[in-house]
Design a protein around this ligand. Structure first.
Ligand code: F6R
Length: 243
């Protein structure tokens, strides 16, 4: 696990964007695993800016998102489908047919999770972007999730619902309680992982992930068993690290 410490969210977003851009330039047909949430927003802005200024092309790039809420129509403003289009896909030259997200609006969500996992089995994610939950979740794999887990229907913990209420008018009752998420096992199949974390509310999870016991109680600690992980953390998120 390689740790890159940066000053703040701005620098984190620049450093992470540079890693992504270099990877795309090196392999224009790269398969990316993508994340949503607050952590990558500025990084995606930087990718869009770079695409406009330097014409980095995503025409041959394929993407697979980590997760999606269950129960919202796909075009609802808080789906991850909408997030990805608004923050990235609509502003770069990626081919819509190369873009993949689980669809949480279908009736048979279990079949959808299985369909998504079958697609992942047929592909190799070259670079997987991750954020981390305050409780150490990756994707929507909450504490207690199996390290071998594959894409599945999952329940969000009260802590995650509380953290995500900010996107739903601050109202926890509006936050979906379930999602389809790639499992920890699916995530671990990626060739390389880039995890970004910013802010003091991530400090405990980062400390456990980097220095604590490898345990299913902190899903992100599974990444210590992966041999190519880059973690970019700002000062606040790194504030509890002892080394
Ligand atoms: C998002 C995802 C989540 C987030 C995590 C951190 O697709 O899978 O694991 O990365 O909840 O969210 P933010 O970045 O909003 O703090």
């Amino acid at each position: 696990m390689k740790i890159i410490r940066v000053k703040d969210y701005d620098e984190l977003s620049r450093v992470a964007a540079d890693i992504m851009i270099e990877a795309v330039k090196e392999n224009p047909e790269i398969t990316l695993g993508l994340a949503t949430g607050g952590s990558p927003v500025q990084m995606y802005k930087n990718l869009v800016e770079d695409h406009k200024e330097n014409q980095t092309s995503y025409k041959g790039v394929k993407s697979y998102n980590l997760d999606e809420y269950i129960g919202l129509p796909q075009t609802h403003e808080q789906t991850y489908y909408t997030f990805m289009h608004k923050n990235l896909f609509d502003h770069i030259d990626i081919d819509e047919k190369n873009v993949h997200l689980p669809d949480g609006s279908v009736e048979d969500v279990k079949a959808e999770a299985d369909r998504y996992e079958a697609m992942l089995k047929d592909t190799v994610i070259d670079l997987q972007l991750l954020g981390i939950g305050t409780n150490g979740h990756i994707g929507f794999n909450e504490p207690g999730s199996s390290f071998e887990g594959l894409t599945d229907v999952v329940s969000l913990t009260p802590e995650t619902i509380e953290a995500n209420a900010r996107y739903f008018e601050g109202n926890e009752d509006l936050v979906p309680t379930e999602a389809i998420s790639m499992g920890v096992g699916s995530i671990m199949n990626a060739k390389k992982v880039l995890l970004i974390a910013s802010g003091a509310n991530k400090a405990e999870a980062i400390k456990w992930m980097v220095e604590g016991e490898i345990s299913e109680e902190l899903p992100a600690s599974a990444l210590r068993n992966h041999d190519d992980v880059i973690v970019v953390v700002d000062e606040d998120a790194a504030s509890l690290l002892t080394k």
